[in-house]
Design a protein around this ligand. Structure first.
Ligand code: ATP
Ligand code: MG
Length: 137
């Protein structure tokens, strides 16, 4: 069993979709083992997305992620990293498969409702940025 890190982005909290997104997560067999609603600071968002620092959309991405509350989560399950990437769907909602979170809810490539770790190593690093081990149950 694996853990992955998830964020319900500001477009999700803004439209009151946290329960609807969590329903898709749980129906896929992933367990929400830690969850907190926070307002990300500019420094937190910049650090979280520092791998994208040279990309043209970095400024826009950091501005969006700090524009409203987000829900940070740890998800647990069999092949959780790959499973959650599948459940999220493609980054661009226009290319996201039927039934995926982004196909159902995302507004655009930027405002795409959820984040999920892209590898087991990144999952561990991302979880550590937001949760203490003792808060994951
Ligand atoms: P995430 O990392 O959020 O789970 P992802 O792995 O599918 O999404 P990445 O390539 O890691 O996609 O990009 C990180 C985030 O940056 C995307 O989720 C999206 O919000 C934003 N982003 C990516 N490409 C663009 C773009 N062309 N224009 C605006 N924002 C973008
Ligand atoms: Mg990514």
């Amino acid at each position: 069993t694996e853990r992955t890190f998830s964020i319900l982005k500001p477009d999700a909290t803004e439209r009151n979709l946290t329960g609807a997104v969590n329903a898709v997560i749980e129906e896929a067999g992933l367990r929400i083992v830690a969850q907190r609603r926070i307002r990300m600071s500019d420094a937190q968002a910049k650090k979280f997305y520092e791998i994208h620092a040279e990309r043209p959309f970095y400024g826009e991405l950091v501005a969006f992620m700090t524009s409203g509350p987000v829900v940070v989560q740890v998800l647990e399950g069999e092949n959780a990293v790959a499973k959650y990437r599948e459940v999220m769907g493609a980054t661009n909602p226009a290319q996201a498969a039927e039934g995926t979170i982004r196909q159902k809810f995302a507004k655009s490539v930027g405002e795409n409702t959820v984040h999920g770790s892209d590898s087991l190593d990144n999952a561990a690093l991302e979880i550590k940025q937001f949760f203490d081990e003792s808060d994951i149950v």
